[in-house]
Design a protein around this ligand. Structure first.
Ligand code: AMP
Ligand code: GLY
Length: 424
């Protein structure tokens, strides 16, 4: 099969690595990819939202399967674009259509979906500029802290956890009347704060049946001990020790099944990955958010644990016979440590030459924000590399990933040395 993978981050590097191992993979293209994805396939210089460019490439290269990594093209309707095009409509796309992608693209849509299908989630109400006064009064009736969420995509910055009523009211005003997060905050979800430990659960579905992929935990803060600013993700581990059989059974019965069935009942087709962000509150799962794609850097820990052929599974999604596909998960433990650029998540250093990649021995170095400058691999993004190690126990996996992260050099390199140690 000829495959086009869309995206350029650590997640897509992990996908490219896994896809390239399948005997079904003839040619793998990554648009636009990064300096690392070129090891597993051919990078093509097309932007993830350039649908016409993608169309031309798919037609001229006999692509049989398109896999969409990031949310933006999904929320913008890449799958609908294929279905509505005479020449493309028979080329399967992995990733939901625009309507279903609203599970990520609109917090209000996802809250309404969860409420309609009795999926456990924090109590909430949605406000707009017209109902600002109601929102301010509602806030005064809520406990603290209270959570404010911009409805639309806000590059991971649209969620505010407010500690005082004054702060919450001021933020609500800024979001609704001063477009603090642009168009994304023209609607704001005000939500009850949930106290607990987070984890990410991933589901692959063809719209009828599903497979629950290995769960993972990601580490969002820049600093050790989960301190400092939020980032795209500084590391991940899979499995998550507290997600035991009893907890995962609750997740399946209360969240996964109602989600897949709810989509069906609502007449919303879904072919792709569902990322369920959960809070474990004293052993009970509560949904914090849905994403319409895999997580990053969770994917880097999740895919190495999947032993089955990924293309076979994805063809099951495309053809609607996922239920028949064999699915095995490795009992091994994966740990991922992300190396970031100096300054990240603020303004960060770029174009720094990377060396030492050949010194990585017991891990896989998935590239994220990298590019080529002549013969040199250079940094191009905030999250530069995701170093993943798969081992028999969590301690060894963490130690190995951390050791290999320390074997790489570039100006300003930083990584957290405490990823996963809270779980030991
Ligand atoms: P989101 O953009 O929905 O992933 O939210 C970003 C982060 O905010 C989540 O990963 C949580 O850490 C936190 N968060 C979101 N909603 C809540 C909530 N209701 N209670 C506590 N923390 C939350
Ligand atoms: N790691 C969180 C995300 O991918 O959104």
């Amino acid at each position: 099969m000829n495959i086009l993978l869309i995206g350029s981050g650590g997640r897509e590097s992990a996908f490219a690595w896994k896809l390239s191992q399948s005997p079904k993979c003839e040619q793998l293209f990554i648009a636009p990819g990064n300096a690392g994805t070129g090891q597993y396939g051919t990078n093509v210089d097309i932007k993830v939202t350039d649908f016409e460019g993608i169309k031309a490439f798919v037609l001229s290269n006999g692509i049989n399967l398109v896999i969409v990594g990031p949310e933006e093209p999904l929320v913008k309707g890449i799958h609908d674009f294929f279905l509505n095009d005479e020449q493309l409509k028979n080329v399967p796309v992995i990733g939901p259509q625009r309507e279903a992608a609203q599970l990520e693209g609109s917090k209000d849509f996802s809250k309404q979906f969860m409420q309609r299908h009795n999926i456990p989630t924090a109590a909430s109400r949605t406000f707009t500029r017209d109902t600002l006064q109601d929102g301010l009064s509602y806030l005064a009736t809520q406990g603290l802290p209270v959570v404010l969420k911009a409805d639309g995509l806000a590059a991971g910055k649209g969620v505010l956890i407010c500690l005082t009523l004054q702060e919450a009211q001021q933020e609500l005003v800024e979001m609704l009347t001063e477009a603090k997060f642009g168009e994304a905050s023209s609607k704001v979800v005000v939500e009850q704060f949930l106290q607990g430990i987070e984890l990410s659960v991933f589901v692959l579905t063809d719209g009828n049946s599903y497979k629950i992929l290995p769960e993972a935990k990601d580490y969002k803060r820049i600093g050790e001990g989960d301190s400092g600013l939020n980032t795209g993700g500084m590391g991940s581990v899979s499995p998550v020790p507290f997600a035991d059989e009893i907890f995962m059974r609750k997740v399946e019965e209360r969240v996964v099944i109602p989600t897949v069935e709810g989509l069906k009942q609502d007449g919303i087709p879904y072919k792709g990955f569902i990322f369920i962000g959960l809070m474990n509150c004293e052993g009970e799962p509560w949904v914090i958010e849905y994403n319409c794609r895999m997580g990053d850097p969770e994917t880097e820990s999740v895919l190495p644990r999947i032993e089955s052929d990924l293309i076979d599974l994805l063809m099951g999604v495309a053809e609607g016979n996922l239920i028949e596909k064999q699915f095995t998960i490795s009992p091994k433990i994966a740990a991922t440590v992300v190396c970031v650029a100096g300054g990240y998540p603020g303004e960060y250093l770029k174009d720094k030459a990377i060396s030492g990649l050949d010194n990585v021995r017991g891990s896989i170095a998935f590239h994220a924000g990298t590019g080529m400058q002549g013969e040199d691999v250079i940094t191009t993004g905030g999250r530069v590399l995701a170093i993943t190690s798969l081992q028999d126990d969590l301690f060894t996996a963490l130690q190995q990933a951390t050791l290999d992260a320390s074997r790489i050099y570039y100006d300003g390199k930083y990584f957290r040395k405490d990823i996963g140690f809270d779980l030991l």
